[in-house]
Design a protein around this ligand. Structure first.
Ligand code: PLP
Length: 485
């Protein structure tokens, strides 16, 4: 098999181009699962690139679980697990707003997430071993010394100027040109989303969300007395715009809340064209978009995906994020670009808690300015890519046949769809007795969907946990058996 010669793209490292060329051949099924790909030496000859370039390209493809090395034998295309279906079935009767009541289940899963005696496959927390713990601690101490007065004072909205300047610089990579003055710092991304919902909605209003939906969004919607309208989403494309259009035609919607990049729990990354369409559709209907981009920096590919905000022309998109997934969830450093709602949201922020803590904002600003944040991101992206793929493959080995699992291109979450009839809530109770937690599917819907689904966090995955995951798969299999007998 010969691989067509490269046409070089300026700005893309050569090894990435080589990797993408091979990945494309796998995607087109020129190389199929189990096929051997060209040896390093022969590909280097065919493409007229160095041996090291091919080695790096194959390293990248291994990280992305496109190929795997077999000792003494060469590189082979990885086996594929069935993916979640591409097109959701859109049924008119499903597109109706619902009241929300998942609080009890969410409380229980959150409480269980603190138990040190359980293997934590549940909450979407980062692995502290992969965070720059020592570095951010040093920077906190240094900034507290350096800004003796400032660090004890209120960091009045819009918040720490140094931090906002650094965030504005980073936003260029997300495709957004934003001045520091347009950014408001918050206490985590959760507060940013909550402020946006509070500022825009009144009790009884309808909020469009993806389905499945990150369960804390449902809790915020419930706390504000709002209704959720769940729009089917797929791993390939995120929220279905066809279903959204239908829903907007048939409902009065106040606001849309979405996670276009590396969705929680699906891991989907909306293609750029779809993001553009989403922003245009909502602008046309006068419906603001609250965008949560908390996982945006955690993509496995060579380019950071742009935020939907990049296509916003008139301040209709409220972009929200934080450093909880990449640096320190306990620091509670979040931020938002409130767009045309800035004055209103800043006022609300001040009424809520006056300001966010100054010391941690200063520490984050220092880390972004000169703490090797990009290098750190490159490292955790590579590790998460490997862990997510390793865990997905282990699910393929141990869960009942016909189980489907997502293949995220970023973040650290996996969404698992087990055969119909396996009840994730009953499985949760059994899994707890065997010393592990996960997030059961019904948490991710106000409309009672996803009973046979679960979300797993791969941030802590190591091959040593395969036995625990195998137990979970076996328990699921036994439940299938229970049903059949
Ligand atoms: C999509 C999403 N948004 C927000 C949050 C919470 O962010 P923070 O800790 O910054 O409030 C999480 C945490 O799991 C999340 O997954």
């Amino acid at each position: 098999m010969t691989v067509p010669i490269l046409a070089k793209t300026p700005g893309t490292p050569l090894y990435v181009e080589v990797a993408e060329r091979i990945a494309a051949l796998v995607e087109q099924q020129t190389f199929r699962p189990g096929d051997r790909v060209p040896s390093i030496r022969s590909l280097s000859r065919q493409l007229q690139v160095s041996i090291n370039t091919v080695k790096e390209a194959y390293g990248l493809l291994e990280d992305r679980r496109v190929i795997e090395a077999r000792p003494q034998s060469g590189y082979y295309v990885c086996s594929r697990l069935p993916e979640l279906p591409r097109d959701p079935r859109i049924e008119a009767r499903e597109i109706e707003p619902t009241g929300v009541s998942i609080a009890e289940l969410a409380d229980r899963v959150m409480r269980d997430s603190e138990r040190a005696d359980l293997v934590q496959f549940g909450c979407a927390i980062p692995n502290p071993e992969l965070l720059p713990v020592a570095r951010i601690g040093r920077m906190l101490a240094q900034e507290v010394r350096r800004h003796a007065q400032e660090h004890v004072a209120y960091s009045m909205p819009p918040g720490c100027a140094r931090l906002r300047t650094e965030i504005a610089k980073r936003l260029l990579v997300s495709g957004c040109t934003v001045r520091p003055g347009e950014i408001l710092t918050t206490t985590g991304c959760s507060e940013a989303v909550f402020l946006a919902l509070q500022a825009l909605c009144r009790p009884g209003d309808t909020v469009v969300v993806e389905s499945p939906v990150y369960f804390n969004f449902l809790q915020q919607i419930q706390a504000l007395g709002l209704r959720a309208l769940e729009i089917p989403a797929t791993q390939k494309e995120g929220m279905s715009l066809e279903a959204l259009r239908y829903a907007l035609d048939h409902n009065r919607v106040r606001v849309c809340l979405a996670i276009p990049n590396f969705h929680n729990p699906l891991g989907s990354c909306m293609p750029e064209e779809r993001k553009r369409e989403l922003v245009a559709l909502l602008a046309e209907r006068g419906i603001p978009l609250i965008e949560d981009d908390i996982h945006g920096d955690l993509g496995f590919g060579s380019e950071r995906p742009r935020a939907a905000k990049a296509w916003d022309r008139d301040g209709n998109v409220i972009l929200c994020s934080s450093f909880s997934k990449t640096v320190a969830p306990g620091y509670r450093v979040g931020w938002m670009v409130p767009g045309r709602y800035q004055a209103q949201i800043e006022r609300l922020k001040m009424v809520t808690n006056i300001a966010s803590p100054a010391p941690t904002q200063l520490a984050l600003a220092a880390l972004l300015a000169n703490g090797g944040y990009d290098q750190h991101l490159r490292r955790i992206r590579r590790i998460y890519a490997r862990q997510v793929a390793g865990m997905a493959e282990a699910i393929g080995r141990h869960f009942p046949a016909e189980t489907r699992v997502t293949r995220p291109e970023g973040g650290n979450l996996l969404w698992v769809e087990m055969p119909e009839g396996i009840d994730a809530l009953r499985l949760y109770a059994r899994a707890m007795r065997h010393g592990m937690t996960f997030a059961p599917g019904p948490l991710f819907s106000a409309a009672g969907r996803f009973r046979n689904c679960l979300r797993l966090n791969a941030a802590f995955w190591t091959p040593e946990l395969e036995g625990t995951l195998a137990t979970l798969g076996r328990l699921a299999g036994e439940m299938q058996g229970d049903r059949a007998s």
